[in-house]
Ligand binder design. Sequence first.
Ligand code: SF4
Ligand code: SF4
Length: 86
Amino acid sequence: MTYVICEPCIDVKDQSCVEACPVDCIHPYENDPDFADHRQLYIDPDVCIECGACEPVCPVSAIRQDSDVPVEWRRFIQINADYFKR
Ligand code: SF4
Ligand code: SF4
């Protein structure tokens, strides 16, 4: 179980969720070298403690618990996980 960042984050990337996360599992950070290479941010499913702090601070409602991700966004569960497998 984890939280997942879905399609609305694309080209928004305002980092509000990064500041809210107590375990720093949302990447890339704004000062990371690959920040510009990605159109959205991702949550590390192996580190996320499911506290839910990120969900209400997202201005575009991009963040959902994995069990609550709508069908049209289900692919983002894998997209988030893949970022951390590199
Ligand atoms: S649910 Fe909590 S731990 Fe998981 S990404 Fe959001 S703020 Fe971080
Ligand atoms: S708060 Fe929402 S839009 Fe902003 S970076 Fe996080 S997921 Fe993306």
